[in-house]
Design a protein. Structure first.
Ligand code: COA
Length: 165
């Protein structure tokens, strides 16, 4: 994989204002109820929100966000641009964001995911999340149940802490 030129050029960094138009474009092509540019921009001033972007050759190719509240985190966003999926970008975003959230005091991290979203569920399981509950009819457009998934900080791989940004 080290010979993959896109991978060599990919970097994970904290989200900045300059990234937001490209993030919102990925969000709009990915989700039926996308966050607006303002929604992302508002988080820039919130120190309890962690947002990271993957940048490949100057282009935003993915992003993820975690909200921290008391001793819990919520993974609110993760997406990778269509043409850049299956290149390990989501893994690298989580390799950065999850250890940072745990280091900032989250004892566990929750997320919601559409029940039919096999790629995302597989990603989360790979990172040690397991199903903690179901929210019936949680999503609209189309209506669908959400799986609530959770990962405890004790499950986190401490080697990832070397990568804190
Ligand atoms: N089918 C099954 N598993 C998949 C998958 C697919 N099409 N795509 C990713 N995965 C899982 C696998 O477990 C994979 O590990 P593996 O390569 O060892 O099999 C793991 O995710 C990591 O893959 P990676 O290449 O890092 O994922 P990605 O960069 O393609 O991003 C998503 C994965 C889910 C973020 C991406 O598909 C996406 O943006 N989907 C639309 C947005 C979305 O659904 N977000 C989640 C909302 S809750």
């Amino acid at each position: 994989m080290m010979n993959d030129p896109d991978r060599r050029k990919m970097q994970i960094t904290r989200m900045k204002m300059e990234h937001i138009p490209q993030i919102a474009a990925i969000e709009a092509e990915t989700f039926s109820e996308p966050w607006s540019e303002k929604g992302f921009a508002d988080t820039l001033t919130m120190d309890h929100v962690l947002f990271y972007v993957a940048v490949t050759s100057g282009q935003v190719t993915g992003y993820c966000g975690i909200y921290l509240a008391a001793d819990e985190g919520e993974l609110t966003n993760i997406a990778v641009a269509t043409g850049f999926r299956r290149r390990n970008i989501a893994c690298q975003l989580l390799d950065t964001a999850l250890p940072q959230a745990f280091a900032k005091g989250a004892g566990r991290i929750y997320l919601e995911v559409r029940r039919s979203n096999a790629p995302a569920i597989s990603l989360y399981e790979k990172y040690g999340f397991s199903v903690a509950g179901i929210r019936k009819g949680f999503y609209q457009f189309p209506q669908e149940d959400a799986l609530v998934m959770m990962k405890e900080s004790a499950d986190n791989d401490t080697k990832d802490k070397e990568k804190l940004l």
